[in-house]
Design a binder for this molecule. Sequence first.
Ligand code: IMP
Length: 424
Amino acid sequence: MSVQIIVGAQWGDEGKGKIVDLMSEQAEVVARYQGGANAGHTIVINGKKYVLHLIPSGILHDDVQCVIGNGVVIDPIALLHEIKTLEDNGISIKGRLFISHRAHLIMPYHKMLDVAREKSSGKAIGTTGRGIGPAYIDKASRVGIRIVDLLDRTILEEKLRTNLAEKNVLLRRMYDIDGLDVEKIVAEYVEFDNLIDEYITDTTVLLHNAIKEGKNVLLEGAQGALLDMDHGTYPFVTSSNPTSGGACTGLGVPPTAVDTVIGVVKAYCTRVGNGPFPTELNDAVGEELRRVGHEFGATTGRPRRCGWLDIPALNYSVMVNGITDFALTKLDVLNDFAEIKLAIGYSVHGKRTKFFPADVQTLEKVEVEYETLPGWQCSLAGIREYDALPQNARAYIERIEELTGARVAMVSTSPDREDTIIRN
Ligand code: IMP
């Protein structure tokens, strides 16, 4: 048995969906611990592509139980859409999907405020507009509406009235948007409760029982460590904790129950939205990474910013998450590059920085020191053994291991589930 956390080690979009899907073959429970419908896992069902935002991709394996934990903020529309998509495609979720009754709900005003704030801000974060920030603000303000509140219409109505008394003023006065009606929202959310009632449970107890029974449990984060509200490039971050600690608070699983933390790392870097990105390439090489890697957001379709792999940022991520093993994804995107660069250090005013800068002003102006490695310039398609990789690809991987102290335990060489090298 094992309890493993899967974290994104960069700015999200590292390919966690494929790794979780692959690891789900050995898992009995997969639990998502934070974020909401801002995340997107692209999956292929019967040759057709779908994007799951909330339900862990483990749902594609018939005998895996999937949990949406207390740390997740749930958008009813997105969730119902996903349930329908899965059911329409013959994937049965009955008895396999469990939603925490402690999870907070995304309300219509969260999405409206998210979009309005971004539009009116002189310094937009570049959010996904899914209401994530405003929902977590309400959670911290202790006015959030949780799944458990759906069970009692009177409580739901009372909480909604309190919220709308404030939100409608904000919407009207600050953003010139029409206010919302309590009854309409109550009716919609009561209907939502009827549809998801059978999935609601105390997921903390469910997970503790699974761990006690010796089951293999995967704890899945969304986004990435550098978008973490505490440890990321604040304020250009998401509003939750994608780092491994978030798995404990977002699921009620104690740190002592966790065996391993696996960091999913893309062979280069991408970022969607605004914020510092020291290795960003605003040139033809960056364009090429975007084109070959199909780097467009799964949730918003926005082009992702692309750049070389950033070891100082990765080392920070290894430290904060306690990563011992990496799953290295999209190595094949680098196939045709004659040279591949690795950022190995940052300097400010000619002086090497010892720490990953805490402020965006410094991070934006660091001078990046690169090491250049020769590319392999051949296809990696179909390679499933580490030793079958071209020498230069192995040298790239081994240099990453040397510079980070973490082991590359998995290497993904194409989007296909099968095209993955697993090293013991
Ligand atoms: P929010 O999470 O929608 O509030 O957006 C905050 C920041 O996190 C923005 O820069 C988003 O682009 C980024 N972000 C949120 N979710 C994801 C994701 O799943 N992948 C990559 N970036 C994300």
